[in-house]
Design a binder for this molecule. Sequence first.
Ligand code: G6P
Length: 368
Amino acid sequence: ARIEKGNHRHYMQKEIFEQPLVVAQTLQSYLRSYEQQVALPDMDFSFADVPRITIVACGTSFYAGMVAKYWLEQFARVPVELDIASEFRYRQPVLEAGGLALFISQSGETADTLAALRHARAEGQRIAVVVNVPTSSMAREADLLLPTRAGPEIGVASTKAFTCQLAVLAALAAKVARDKGRLTEAEEREIVGHLSEAPAAMNAALAHDGDIEKMAPLIARARDVLYLGRGPDYPMAMEGALKLKEISYIHAEGYAAGEMKHGPIALIDEHVPVIVIAPSGPLFEKTVSNMQEVQARGGKVVLISDAEGLAAAADDRLLATIEMPKVHPLIVPLTYAIPVQLLAYHVAVAKGTDVDQPRNLAKSVTVE
Ligand code: G6P
């Protein structure tokens, strides 16, 4: 069936706005709201016996995997290895017997990821797959199939599939933690509660669409853009940079905020906008101090944060503040994905590029 854009100018825009709905839909398959428990499909092994998890993916799905590494290590205390599919396969990875290999893919057909999956299977790993196309090759080859329910994604730059991947991966991390005895029943209930708040938080974030559209022309002029974040917001910075380069053709880099002083700071001047992802929380002060290092060198900052008072302290080196709803740290990546996607979208529209079909890119890459 043909998928309509409805009132939206582009599929990507439609897909960004669908996220509260499809994330809710995806969460519904993984959360038992009455018992406040995480529920995964039946499986013939237990996470309690899994000594190590290896996550492999490409592109945006890789950044979802990177967020999952933070969650799995934090909640389940299980060692997680993470690799890009095209590297994993040929570097002779050392895979522990009984290990779980987790593949993340919107299409389920990306050649590098599929080849990595087959390699992991040949090496005796159990195969879990987070995938949006339930009839795909990866879905068929999984021992544990964890579908995202984003619906068909048409825009080449992935948006709704990504946040649905995050939703599934958060539920997975909670389940692994539970099976490993790292999470009490009460803590599991809390996690389920926080995850259930994600769709509303994403809706609140979408309300900033107009502000982001207004600031987009400022970014559209730039030749380079830097994105900074710490912890699980570091992969979000990388995803933000990827979105921008994919559809606006502006060179962008995502960096761990604390690593900026080891290189990218040399690039900073008044022509390089720096997007700082800084939710309040234990890493907030550190990220803000990195932001001030940028400002001290004349860099122009766009701050994405829920911290009050930062906008009031505005000076001309603060291009804009995108004020986010206050959310639990667990759902920060899901919520902050929205402004990052909207910014890329509006910059691309301001530049007049082909948002849904960016040059040289394919929705699904079936060659290695
Ligand atoms: C292509 C798409 C990206 C996607 C990546 C991985 O590069 O343009 O949007 O993130 O492939 O695709 P997958 O289907 O495996 O998630």
